[in-house]
Structures are given as C-alpha cells and as structure tokens.
Design a protein. Structure first.
Length: 231
C-alpha cells in the first residue's frame, strides 16, 4: 500500500508555491539572466580550449534569448509610449480645464461688476428728483436777515455734504454753461443766436445733467445752445 501511495505521489507534477512577498521576475530580466548564463558557459569553453564545440550548442540558444530580450524591451517601449500619450492627454485636459476656470472667474467678476454699476446707476437716478428740489430751493431762498442766513447756510451745508458722498461714489455733474455742446451728455431744447459765444456753446442750463464716472450718463443736461448770428 505504501509503495502505491509513493508511486502516485511521484507521478503527480510538483506545484511551485510562490509566497506573497516573493517578487516575480520580469520577462526581460529572466531572458537577461539566461543570456548571462550562456555567456558564462562560452567563456569557460574559451578558457578550456573547446570553444568551437560549445559555441555550436550555445549559439542557437543564445540567439533565441537575445531575440526574447529585444521583444521584451519592445513591449516595454510600447507601454512607455502609451503612458506618454496618456500623460499628454491628461496635461492637455488640465490646461483646458484651467483655462475654462480662468475664463469663468473673469466672466463672473465682470458680471458682478456690471450688476454693481447698474445698481449704483439706478440708485443715483432715483436721487435726481431730490437733487433737483435742492437746486430749486437754493435758487429761491432769499435770506432777509442774519437768522435766515444761518438757516440757508445750514441747508447748503447739508446739500454739500450729500453731494460729497455721492461724488465719492462716482456721481458728477455734466459740464454746463460755457462748455461746448456734446450730444452724448446734453439735450438742446433751445438755440439762440449769439455774437459773444462760439457756435454750439452752452448759454444756459435749465436742468443739471449727471453722469457716473467719465462715460456713463445718468441724465442729460437740458441746455440752450449758441447759434451763429444771421447775416
């Protein structure tokens, strides 16, 4: 019985168990190891003086091993090319994404600034009737005594303080009397011949105009413009 068991075990192929921590050699490394072994045999044969006999046996196998190494290195190079292509693709995607994000930030900042300017413009526009009333009251106030003059001065101080605040926020008046007429900022409701002022000079302002910054018109100034005298 023991003989049969031993015979059965001897007939079974041996299974090599690779431990978890054992490193598996790469094909190119295996081929290189075999080449080194064959070259070692050839070197020994040369030293022993029977290189011709050994070369006939070793050369075919050595040629095969070299071909295997070349093939393995070819696979490695192909894999490296694939990795480089992937890296280039990822880099391109990153650059595109980064550019899109920069454009998004710029667009968002611009839209935010536009909304802020629009809101400020509407706020200034809503204040214009009050500013007109201040101007009208100032023109009609005629202090007749010292007490009345104090009241007018206090009133004027309030108006000046308000205008200082609005000016600091970007509001300013459109150029009036003496300035050249500009259709972008003035509305001419009258023309009057004048020999004393150049043509298209503003002679009188009926209602102040206001702008925000240098180029954003809030309201045009209503004016009378000089015309060339008739001959």
């Amino acid at each position: 019985m023991d003989d049969e068991e031993n015979a059965r075990r001897a007939a079974e192929p041996e299974v090599e168990v690779i431990e978890g921590d054992e490193e598996v050699e790469e094909p190119a490394a295996v081929e290189a190891s075999k080449c080194n072994e064959l070259l070692g045999k050839l070197r020994e044969a040369v030293e022993a003086g029977n290189a011709a006999d050994v070369l006939a046996d070793v050369l075919p196998e050595l040629t095969s091993e070299v071909s295997g190494i070349e093939s393995a290195f070819g696979d490695i190079q192909a894999a490296n090319v694939g990795l480089k292509d992937q890296a280039d693709t990822l880099k391109d995607q990153y650059l595109r994404l980064n550019a899109d994000f920069d454009n998004f930030k710029k667009r968002t900042l611009k839209e935010k600034e536009q909304l802020s300017q629009t809101a400020k413009s509407k706020f200034f526009e809503a204040l214009l009737p009050a500013l007109d009333n201040f101007d009208l009251a100032q023109a009609n106030l005629k202090p007749e005594n010292e007490e009345a003059q104090k009241i007018v001065s206090q009133y004027q101080g309030l108006v000046d303080g308000l205008m200082t605040i609005l000016t600091n926020q970007g509001l300013s008046t459109v150029a009036g009397v003496g300035a050249p007429f500009d259709p972008n900022f003035h509305e001419a409701i009258m023309r009057e011949e004048s020999a004393d002022a150049p043509e298209d000079t503003i002679l009188e302002e009926f209602r102040k105009g206001y702008k925000m910054g240098e180029n954003t018109l809030i309201r045009p100034a209503m004016v009378k413009v000089a015309a060339a005298p008739s001959e």
